[in-house]
Design a protein around this ligand. Structure first.
Ligand code: AMP
Ligand code: ZN
Length: 436
């Protein structure tokens, strides 16, 4: 069988060779992009009418950035370059106001994305003798299926456990001798806090590694995970717009994440000016996908802040390493791995007639997990009403929020005048989780 997950030639290619691969793939992506309604308007407006108008990688910078807003405005098919009969899979991520962003993969795109995922897994020293319990949600989110396919390609036994139901997760880990977890760091810490309750000791498990990602976490959190479970934890970075996990992954040396540059062109920019910043300097991560043709995406503004390391890695891979994610340039909250924009919450609660004019969104730590509390002021007439009605209203608000943001917050109802009032720009989000 062809081994596609350790491609020494590409993973250790010299920088010039990598640039050649990038240029050739970029031209081919431009050809696909020109078939989409969105880029067929945008590219000619900057003088790009055919792939031949890209002479060198520097020409990439002629292309304007693509934003999440562009994706929303062109929902659902504005960035699709092929007939849907060529598409084998879609994924979405949550949008800012309920409009999701969607990605489309052809069979070839899925194959290419799976190769990169497999490469990431293999870079951590994981191989077909391992057993992976994938504790990320399956479905429209990429963390489930995309990791699953990559792990199967390496030949691992995959347990598609998905998120939640901690008791069952621990049972599965124990019964099937799981060696590797794919999980958010907060959930993994939560799992640890539950072991004693189910009379399971770390030594009853066969865990060796965890791939942790989907949410910001610090080096200290990684160490804590490693110490508590006596395992190695590898940082995994990705976003649904770029096919999900596997954009950048740590190798066995765990010195930040190799960003697979034959599959993605990375630029780090000053988010205010759009200018490139040099390696070693923090800025916004901009990504161009070189391996997806059904839905090309170029110079995508991830809104994630990070920097690229200058030094090479002892593993000899030449693909540059991205630092851990240091923050965001927008107000997106990541709550137990789920992306939520405050505007989504506002949209839902302001549609409910009983809700007054003021609200507050609080995020706090409860044990290892995040807890979202939405505090809402009611009109006084309603607040003074029957207790049962108030309870029903509370449940209704929580349900409607769940339908929009996928997780169910605690809802607190208040009488008018209780929540802070702002004369200038309102600060409605109170995030009291410890800073990274
Ligand atoms: P999604 O599109 O739902 O997969 O969410 C992608 C976003 O999750 C990224 O843009 C990051 O903000 C965040 N994210 C993913 N992986 C990591 C990670 N390893 N560390 C910090 N944040 C991450
Ligand atoms: Zn390395």
């Amino acid at each position: 069988m062809e081994i596609r997950y350790w491609n020494k030639e590409i993973e250790t290619a010299d920088r010039e060779k990598l640039r050649q691969i990038q240029l050739q793939r970029l031209k081919s992506i431009i050809a696909s992009a020109l078939k989409t309604p969105f880029y067929s308007r945008r590219l000619p407006s900057v003088g790009i009418h055919s792939p031949d108008d890209i002479k060198s990688l520097d020409d990439l910078r002629k292309i304007p950035f693509t934003t999440k807003d562009d994706l929303r405005q062109n929902y659902p098919k504005g960035l699709l370059s092929v007939d849907t009969s060529e598409v084998v899979r879609i994924h979405t991520s949550s949008g800012t106001t309920g409009v999701p962003t969607v990605i489309y993969l052809s069979a070839k795109d899925l194959d290419a994305a799976t190769d990169i995922m497999a490469r990431s897994i293999y870079a951590t020293g994981t191989d077909k003798t391992d057993i992976l319990q994938n504790m990320m949600s399956y479905g429209l989110f990429t963390g489930g299926l995309c990791m699953h396919y990559g792990a199967e390609r390496v030949g691992l036994m995959v347990i598609p456990a998905a998120g939640g139901n901690t008791k069952r997760q621990i049972q599965l880990m124990k019964d099937f001798r799981t060696t590797v977890l794919h999980i958010t760091p907060s959930y993994l810490l939560h799992v640890h806090s539950k072991l004693a309750e189910y009379s399971v000791a770390v030594s009853d498990l066969a865990l060796k590694k965890a791939f942790v990602g989907a949410e910001p976490h610090s080096e200290n959190t990684r160490r804590k995970i490693e110490d508590l479970f006596d395992i190695d934890a590898y940082n995994s970075y990705g976003l649904s717009e770029m096919n999900g996990p596997g954009v950048a992954f740590e190798c066995v040396y765990k010195t930040d994440l190799h960003l697979w540059e034959d599959a993605y062109i990375v630029e780090i920019i000053n988010p205010k000016t759009g200018e490139l910043v040099p390696d070693g300097k923090e800025g916004e991560v901009i990504l161009t996908n070189l391996i997806r043709h059904a839905m090309p995406l170029m110079r995508y503004r991830t809104r994630d802040l990070a920097f690229l390391h200058k030094e090479s890695c002892p593993c000899k891979r030449t693909h540059r390493r991205l630092s851990r994610i240091l923050g965001r340039t927008d107000d997106m909250l990541i709550i137990n791995g789920v992306n939520i924009f405050p505007s989504q919450i506002e949209e839902v609660i302001m549609k409910i007639p009983e809700v007054g004019t003021n609200y507050q969104i609080c995020v706090e730590k409860q044990g290892a997990l995040d807890r979202l509390i939405v505090k809402v002021e009611l009109y006084s007439k309603i607040f003074m009403g029957e207790a049962k009605q108030i309870d029903n209203l509370k449940a209704k608000i929580a349900d409607e929020l769940k339908a929009s943001i996928t997780l169910k917050p605690a809802v607190e109802l208040h009488e008018p005048g209780v929540l802070p009032v702002f004369e200038g720009k309102a600060v409605r989000v109170v995030d009291s989780r410890p800073k990274l």
